[in-house]
Write a protein that binds this ligand. Structure first.
Ligand code: BGC
Length: 726
């Protein structure tokens, strides 16, 4: 008997899909739309379902042997042998864990993001995971929301660049490559806009905010070739995101032409009942299905409801075919029918290999942001006679892995204490005191910490949040250092020993006391397995930090939301005029602004040229300037280009990032930087939600942060231009 078309790799994918679809029963089709999480206890039941062709995808199955064992059931024991698509949250590494995504965004370096995500893909793929629930591209303007750690921060432009970089890294040149995995940008959409920063909470925003702030990174992801997308938990303007025809049908498939499949977030279809838009699983399934949610993650709603809905005529088999087609297509594109099994040899060869660990180290170094360095306290000399290393995170192996650390092993983590010990000279006396827990009341360790600081020339204090304090279901109402850490700091401060603070945290913290009193502050985020090496490299100047904040740090939680690309208002804040937009009891400015980050060298900006000074339809504006390293060491600067539309028919932000570049310059050398702006880069949505550019003046601001603007210039747009897309 000749081989069926769907098993013939020489046939075009669409033909293979149609052939397979034609052989499937309705039950088998519905099976492809169901995804389950592998939990011990119900394994036997799942195995039966796989054999019957009732499971399309599994998540959380790990280990080459286990993946292959289960795949064998699907491929060899089910009627049609359709392989399982194994999915996992590979967000910032599979086993070689890099910094959390917020840290990766702080690199402002799409190349390193591409590199670490291609490494994560290769490791996952070698162990049979061909689908990652990443990148998380939710814009987050509220640091109370724990999931801010998982994304690229507050800015839609930076977020869009990062989204593309992740996708290029994970998916490689071709999805059929054995080292590639399919991406699943999430959580579509506006999940980061949760009211009060409370996870899973209601999102009520204008269409303008949706389109200008929350959608751009998703659009960028789709344009970069994402073949799956995850629909979110939250309700959006009254309609849950996983049953939202406007975002899922009109925008995603209609406007952007997305041709992949949509998977719900974990039980998000079932939760339509909790949202109160569905009375039972049948209504929930119907609502989600009708707007194009093709796969049910873990809810077991499609499995139980779809057959009945088809039989009752509420859904047609043709509609089911559409969804299944989209899912099967991705399986074929990934080459799963040709290579269903993981390769244990390849896994052994590459997982946590030296090259991968070096990349994690480089990413961690690049992610570090030097927030403050008064009097040039940093870098420290390796010959320093004595050093106290203090704090609950100084020798912690869990926190640096961060949330969603996949199969990261705390045993692989290099702690800050270890990093420091391995670098100082043999003569240096290193004293270590934990001082207190991350989150607790006990002050028992204070005395030892104070003694260690008192006996040392400098104290390095590693403070922040534990691993579980950011990520999903980890919203915080306070943004201070948790527990008694600040008290510990104050006690150590009282010794008079100079202090270097290393922060490890998954969100901006309100650390105004620290910022006021401590001369040197390093924001290390949660840097992954190479934490201690990267941080020690920065502390001793083996690496000159160049990261920049992808999110604003407030003085106090009461300022939230506070983000750089705010509107002017009719009464722009002024320190001297009462009747302006500000507080009477807190500053209106941030503690550390978006884009902020220092270096051990200094950069001077000059010679801004903007040409032509007037542009029309089809033209490009060229912005050119010079950056000179005027300090004594080689260093990285992230040059940032912001624009402001001076007068438009709708209010525009006072600043919008439209370009950036991380450049490395040797001492006393300079570099010419060129940005090109198209009219589309200047466009916005007018009152009819049409994408336009209007005639008038634009300001260009070139800076080292969103507040530290070094050069400004202007140009004019001559024509009114309307773009066909939004
Ligand atoms: C999270 C997703 C994640 C999924 C699978 C959900 O709880 O919201 O981000 O991909 O679980 O682990």
């Amino acid at each position: 008997m000749s081989r069926p078309i769907y098993l013939d790799p020489s046939q075009p994918i669409d033909r293979r899909v149609e052939d397979l679809l034609g052989r499937m029963t309705l039950e088998e089709k519905i099976g492809q739309m169901c995804q389950y999480s592998w939990v011990s206890g119900v394994v036997g039941e799942y195995e039966l379902m796989i054999r019957e062709g009732r499971v399309g995808s599994l998540l959380n199955v790990t280990g080459v042997e286990e993946v292959n064992r289960i795949q064998r059931i699907a491929v060899e024991e089910s009627r049609l042998g359709i392989p399982i698509l194994f999915g996992l949250d590979v967000l910032h590494g599979y086993k070689t864990i890099s910094p959390i995504p917020l840290g990766l965004a702080s690199t402002w370096d799409p190349d390193i993001v591409r590199r670490v995500s291609s490494i994560a893909a290769a490791e996952a793929s070698a162990e049979g995971v061909k689908w990652t629930f990443a990148p998380m591209v939710d814009i987050a303007r509220d640091p109370r929301w724990g999931r801010i750690a998982e994304g690229a921060g507050e800015d839609p432009y930076l977020g869009s660049v990062m989204a593309r970089a992740y996708i290029e890294g994970y998916q490689g040149g071709s999805l059929s490559d054995s080292r590639s995995v399919a991406v699943c940008p999430k959580h579509y959409v506006a999940y980061g806009g949760a009211e009060g920063g409370r996870d899973y909470n209601t999102v009520d925003i204008s269409e303008r905010t949706l389109r200008e702030v929350y959608l751009p990174p998703f659009k960028s992801a789709v344009m970069a070739g994402a073949k799956t997308i995850m629909s979110a938990f939250n309700d959006l303007n009254g309609i849950p995101a996983s049953a939202n025809p406007y975002t899922l049908r009109t925008i995603l498939r209609g406007e952007w032409g997305f041709d992949g499949f949509v998977v719900s977030d974990w039980n998000a279809i079932g939760e339509l009942i909790n949202h109160g838009v569905a009375g039972d699983i049948y209504e929930a399934a119907e609502k989600a299905f009708k707007v194009g949610v093709d796969m049910d993650m873990q809810g077991n709603v499609y499995q139980r409801a779809l057959l009945k809905l088809v039989r009752e005529g509420r859904i047609s088999e043709g509609e089911i075919d559409e969804a299944v087609r989209r899912i099967l297509r991705v399986k074929f594109i990934l080459g799963l029918f040709e290579r269903p099994y993981a390769d244990p040899e390849e896994a052994k060869r590459i997982v946590k290999c030296r090259e991968h660990i070096e990349a994690a180290l480089e990413a961690a170094r690049r992610s570090i942001v030097l927030l403050k360095n008064d009097g040039g306290l940093l870098p420290l000399s390796k010959d320093i006679d004595s050093l106290a290393v203090i704090g609950p995170l100084a020798d912690d192996r869990e926190a640096p892995l961060g949330p969603w650390s996949c199969l990261g092993d705390p045993g692989d983590v290099v702690t800050v204490l270890e990093g420091i010990r391995s670098r100082v000279s043999p003569k240096t006396r290193v004293l270590y005191a934990r001082g207190c827990d991350v989150d607790g009341e006990s002050r028992e360790g204070f005395e030892e910490a104070v003694r260690a600081a008192g006996e040392s020339s400098v104290a390095v204090m590693v403070l922040g949040e534990s691993r579980g304090m950011s990520g999903e279901a980890a919203s915080r109402a306070y943004l201070d250092l948790p527990g008694v850490q600040e008290e510990l700091l104050e006690a150590v401060y009282a010794t008079g020993t100079p202090i270097v603070i290393v922060l490890m945290n998954g969100r901006p913290l309100s650390i105004s006391w620290v910022a006021e009193h401590i001369p040197a502050i390093i924001e290390a985020w949660l840097p992954g397995i190479q934490a201690g090496n990267a941080i020690a490299d920065v502390i001793f100047g083996d690496y000159n930090p160049g990261g920049k904040l992808p999110v604003t740090f407030p003085y106090t939680v009461g300022q939230v939301p506070i983000y750089y690309n705010r509107k002017s208002t009719g009464r722009p804040p002024s320190p001297t005029v009462k009747w302006t937009s500000k507080y009477i009891d807190a500053p209106y400015t941030p503690l550390f602004p978006f884009g902020h980050g220092l270096s051990y060298t200094r950069f001077e900006y000059s010679d801004l040229e903007i040409y032509p000074c007037e542009v029309g339809a089809g033209d490009t504006v060229t912005v050119r300037f010079r950056v000179r390293n005027i300090g004594g060491r080689e260093g990285d600067e992230v040059v940032q280009l912001y624009i402001r539309d001076m007068t438009a028919s709708v209010t525009r932000s006072v600043k919008e990032l439209r370009g950036f570049k991380r450049i490395t310059i040797k001492p006393h050398r300079e570099e010419t930087v060129v940005f090109k702006l198209t009219l589309e880069d200047l466009s916005f949505l007018n009152h009819e939600m049409k994408r336009v550019v209007e005639p008038g003046g634009f300001m260009v601001m070139i800076g080292s942060s969103s507040e530290d603007i070094r050069l400004t210039g202007t140009f004019r747009v001559r024509d009114y231009v309307e773009f066909p897309w939004r």
